[in-house]
Design a protein around this ligand. Sequence first.
Ligand code: FE2
Length: 250
Amino acid sequence: MSIYITGDTHGDFTRFRPALFSPQTHLTKEDYVIICGDFGGMWDNGPEDEYWLNWLEEKSFTTLFLDGNHENFDLLSSYPAEEWQGGLVQRLRPSVLHLMRGQIFNLQGLSFFVMGGASSHDITGGILEPDDPHCKEKHRQLLLQGIPHRINHRTWWHEELPCEEEYHTAWTNLERCGWTVDCILSHCCPTSIQEDLCAGRFPPDSLTDFLEEVSHRCRFKSWYFGHYHQDRTVKKGFHLLYEEILLLKP
Ligand SMILES: [Fe+2]
């Protein structure tokens, strides 16, 4: 049994085609491929979502994902939570599972603390409200000027950052396991790691600060995260993933 891990997919799962991800011929549903946020496979409930979720379901392996900032949280919240391997998941398909925030899972003998979410940085043009009578015009103008912006409940959701209850759940679960896990999975990363990576381009927020505290308190072997769209090890134990599909556990 093995575990693979990769970064943001944004609704494009072509990296899992057999020609690009050949190990799948030997995998079964007992093997896991984890996506570190910005899964994007549940975006507008349209035919494309349906096609790709069914396509993933037909794969030989089980797909696990944590949420990033670019997820449709309205749609995601319509799925019930259920217990799976020690933590809570939402099942989009029998073998396509959302690993919920603050949970600890036991996968193939390894423990994983999961904390999805992140701040969007592609919103310099702001968040438009769909019920604003000028929304369409503002959207058109911003597009013309090439200024990144998002529309509330259509391409951006307030829930991109965890709420108090999710932080509390995370804290309680980490206390319960004595602040010791094998791996930590997140979408963004601790504030100091983000500083090393981005040199001030992205400001800290409640989640990066929370993860910073976790990084000091918790004993862990490896931390995997996405969000910053590069494949590199930032410093010992902190692995940023994007398109690479890494073998985490052979
Ligand atoms: Fe992303």
